[in-house]
Design a protein around this ligand. Structure first.
Ligand SMILES: [Zn+2]
Ligand SMILES: [Zn+2]
Length: 324
């Protein structure tokens, strides 16, 4: 099978011919039809995360067709493979229904090979049925940008005035859900990024502007999607007493020190880590009812490095997807 392979963090992916993936018991073999490109992939390729299995096939937003194996899905079914690839089922987090925090979790496209390839295998217990409303390429970003974004939205609370700082793949989906829930969305972008600000307004944001400077009114919560630690004190400054700042990414530059008064007033800072299967089921049932529409830019498998470069430079509108 053809695959894009990471040999070492900080180097580009290499197009390689690998031995075809083979399903172990409990796994399904998929022909990959589309694989979303996530900011986490960029952190893995850039060497920001500590321990990827190397060499590695990245990619954890896989839409594939079942070729064989497993019992949950039939041959020809369309399934999605997310970031959470396996959990132990017996650590205190798994037993408490918090499998996203499992001590021994394995992640797709990090601990096990992912979807930047023609074939992939996955533990069927962690796969999702893909809603029929979505073509392959449009479905792929739902699997991480969408469902971890949705988890972030839930953890941000019920507040009506919601900031989304960093308006990329995840925020463009969360914005649509939040607007459908009757919230007002304030989109924070890089200063002067008028194209992204216009994109956010087109999806229902009531304000779009420089995240560092902040919106014109107090917010109930801010979700920080951009991997920029300096946005955390900026977000704290924008939220009301009792409000929350939710950091949605897996990696962020250091958070600069800030005066305690920004946190005072029972403001909360928290991170969001990974997903549970329940998050996935809930979000994939919700998305077609909103309906969430994903804006994607597609790339062939062998141009994965270009997709990552465009993501690194903030040049994408919506999400990048490898289409096979
Ligand atoms: Zn566990
Ligand atoms: Zn992801």
């Amino acid at each position: 099978m053809r695959a894009m392979v990471l040999d070492q963090g900080g180097t580009p992916l290499r197009l390689a011919e690998l031995r075809d993936a083979e399903p172990a018991p409990g796994q399904i073999l998929l022909r990959v039809r589309a694989c979303g490109v996530c900011r986490t992939d960029l952190h893995i390729v850039d060497g920001d995360l500590e321990e990827p299995k190397l060499p590695l096939v990245p990619g954890h937003q896989i839409v594939g067709e079942v070729l064989r194996g497993g019992e949950r899905f039939g041959t020809g079914d369309r399934v999605g493979v997310p970031w959470l690839g396996w959990t132990c089922g017996e650590c205190r987090y798994c037993l408490a229904g918090r499998e996203n925090l499992c001590d021994r979790a394995r992640f797709t496209g990090y601990d096990v090979h992912g979807g930047y390839a023609e074939l992939a295998v996955a533990d069927e217990r962690f796969c999702f049925a893909i809603p029929t409303e979505y073509p392959d390429e449009q479905a792929a970003p739902l699997l991480c940008a969408g469902l971890i974004g949705y988890r972030s939205l839930r953890l941000a609370g019920e507040g009506e005035a919601l900031g989304l700082y960093g308006f990329g793949a995840s925020a463009h989906i969360v914005c649509q859900v939040a607007v459908a829930q009757g919230r007002r969305v304030f989109a924070g972008t890089r200063a002067g990024d008028e194209e992204t600000q216009a994109f956010a307004r087109s999806l229902g944001a009531v304000w779009a502007g420089d995240a560092a400077a902040g919106p014109p009114e107090e917010l109930d919560a801010v979700i920080v999607f951009a991997p920029v630690g300096a946005l955390v004190p900026a977000a704290l400054r924008a939220v009301r007493k009792g409000g929350s700042v939710v950091c949605a990414g897996i990696h962020m530059s250091d958070i600069p020190s800030f005066p305690y008064e920004l946190l005072w007033g029972e403001r909360i800072i928290r991170s969001v880590a990974n997903l549970t299967r329940a998050d996935g089921e809930e979000f994939l049932a919700l998305a077609p009812t909103v309906p969430v529409r994903t804006e994607v830019e597609t790339f062939p498998l062998e141009r994965a490095n270009e997709a990552l470069d465009r993501l690194r430079r903030g040049e994408l509108r919506g999400a990048a997807v490898l289409a096979l």
